[in-house]
Structure formats: structure tokens, C-alpha cells
Design a protein around this ligand. Structure first.
Ligand SMILES: NC(=O)c1ccc[n+]([C@@H]2O[C@H](COP(=O)([O-])OP(=O)(O)OC[C@H]3O[C@@H](n4cnc5c(N)ncnc54)[C@H](O)[C@@H]3O)[C@@H](O)[C@H]2O)c1
Length: 249
């Protein structure tokens, strides 16, 4: 395994109590970072984050779709660790799968509010400090759904396409600073988010992956660790593929 130097870096990982975010938080912490785990549900985090040392790990309850809640989370993080150097946006929901013509409008709005507005609000909160200090690394977790579009998942696919576009915009906007804003587009990983969708949909997603298997959360964390490291001093506004050959762009 490669090592990346996160000594003295402060990282916020939204959705870090579970799944992909938990894998990122664990590896960043073990690479020297102080990690603030911003999650709506901090009652039962995965063991890999619960077992991290108290002095360098903070749990903050937050709803990323609520601007006031995000502002409180930032204040709590700055009080504990002083600043934010790295933001990984992993909080997200899939929502139920189903045809657009029958899709519940409130559910559409909720998916957009968490996946897209949440990414906007956390970026909005942390970037002033990053600009003032002239350092920052942001990685937004989009999805292959945002590149390809998945049938019966229009809200989720649209939210992730929005995250990709936000990343391109903000990356260009902040390129004059030592701030990198990038996103990743994973294929399906076996996390609890899959409890929200049908088995038929999971089978469809797997059938689309040329590698013939799901991506692991460790493989996703591995790519994110490099993108969010100080060593990534040039690439910004970019979309890193993690689709096992489904998308070759
Ligand atoms: N697992 C996959 O197949 C897959 C594939 C591509 C992209 N993604 C994306 O990766 C990200 C992480 O997904 P995961 O698979 O780890 O899912 P997960 O369900 O294991 O973790 C998501 C975390 O986000 C938190 N969360 C949900 N809504 C929130 C809110 N409003 N505010 C704060 N926290 C909130 C949850 O409590 C949970 O801890 C999501 O954005 C998801 O869309 C997942």
C-alpha cells in the first residue's frame, strides 16, 4: 500500500460514519490527519472509525442539506482542530429506484437536496478559510450514474451529474489558489446505501461493470487519498473514473 503524508492536515469527511467515507476517514487518520466525521447519524459508526484515536477524531452530527447545521459543524470542527484543509463529500443517499413518470416529487427534491445542495453547502462553508490560507483539497464523491445515467434512477443520476458540474466550476474558480477541487465517479460498492435500491437494480449495475465485480471501499479510498494529498498540486476540476471499465472517459 502506498503512503501519503497527511501529517498536521485537518480533514472533514461528510458521511464518514459509514461506507466509502468511513474507509477514507480511516486511511487519512492512519496517514496522520485529524479527521472530523460529519454525519447525520453518529450513533453507530463503523468500527473502523469508532476505533480511531479520540484526540485526532471528531464526530459531528450534521445534516449537509441544512446551511445552519453545516455552519455549526464547521464551528465545532474549527474549535477542535483550528481549520479545515481537506473536504471529502461522501454524504449521500440513493433513494428508491423507479420510473420517472411515477416518481414522488418530494423524494426527487430530497435526493437533490442531500447529494447536490449538500455538496454546495459544505464547499461554500469551507472554501473561504481555504482561500484565506491558500491551501485546500476537496474531493466530491459523484457516481458513474452522473456520467452515464441509470434507468429508474433519474434523481440520483441528475444529482451526481450536478456534483460533477459543480466540481468543474469550482475547480476553475479556485485554480489561482493552491486549492484542488476534484470528484470521483465510482461504480457500485457494497455498502448500506444499496439497502435503498432494488435487487434488480443492483444486478443491472453489476452487469454493466466490465471488471465483473463491485469496486471495494478501499479501492475508492486509495484513489481519494492521492487526489486529496498535498502531492496533487496541479490537477483540479477533474473527474476521476472508478467504474471498472464502464466509462472510458
Ligand atoms: N456505494 C455505492 O455503490 C456508490 C457508488 C457511487 C457513488 N456512491 C456515493 O458515495 C457516497 C457514500 O456512499 P456509501 O456507499 O458510503 O453510502 P452509506 O450509506 O454507507 O454512507 C452514506 C453516509 O452518509 C450519511 N448521510 C446521509 N444523508 C446525510 C445528510 N443529509 N447529512 C449528513 N450525512 C448524511 C449517512 O448517515 C451515511 O453514514 C454517496 O454520496 C453515494 O452516492 C456510492
Amino acid at each position: 500500500m502506498n503512503s501519503y503524508d497527511y501529517t498536521d492536515k485537518v480533514a472533514v469527511i461528510t458521511g464518514g460514519a459509514n461506507g466509502i467515507g468511513a474507509a477514507v476517514a480511516e486511511r487519512m487518520s492512519k496517514s496522520g490527519a485529524k479527521v472530523a466525521i460529519w454525519d447525520m447519524d453518529i450513533s453507530a459508526p463503523e468500527a473502523k472509525v469508532a476505533s480511531l484515536p479520540d484526540a485526532s477524531r471528531l464526530f459531528v452530527k450534521v445534516d449537509v442539506s441544512d446551511e445552519a447545521s453545516v455552519a455549526s459543524a464547521l464551528a465545532a470542527t474549527e474549535a477542535a482542530f483550528g481549520r479545515v484543509d481537506v473536504l471529502v463529500n461522501s454524504a449521500g443517499i440513493a433513494g428508491p429506484t423507479g420510473p420517472l413518470a411515477k416518481y414522488d416529487t418530494a423524494t426527487w427534491k430530497k435526493i437533490l437536496a442531500i447529494n447536490l445542495d449538500g455538496t454546495f453547502l459544505t464547499c461554500k462553508a469551507v472554501t473561504p478559510g481555504m482561500m484565506a490560507r491558500n491551501y485546500g483539497r476537496i474531493v466530491n464523491i459523484a457516481s458513474i450514474a452522473g456520467k452515464e445515467g441509470n434507468p429508474n434512477a433519474s434523481a440520483y443520476s441528475a444529482s451526481k451529474a450536478g456534483v460533477i458540474a459543480l466540481t468543474k466550476s469550482l475547480g476553475k474558480e479556485l485554480a489561482g489558489h493552491d486549492i484542488a477541487v476534484n470528484c470521483v465517479t465510482p461504480a457500485t460498492a457494497k455498502t448500506r446505501i444499496l439497502e435503498q435500491v432494488s435487487q434488480e437494480f443492483i444486478d443491472y449495475m453489476l452487469s454493466k461493470i466490465p471488471r465483473g465485480r463491485f469496486v471495494t471501499v478501499e479501492e475508492i479510498a486509495s484513489m481519494i487519498l492521492w487526489i486529496a494529498s498535498a502531492e496533487n498540486s496541479f490537477t483540479t476540476g477533474s473527474t476521476f473514473d472508478l467504474s471498472g471499465g464502464r466509462a472510458t472517459y
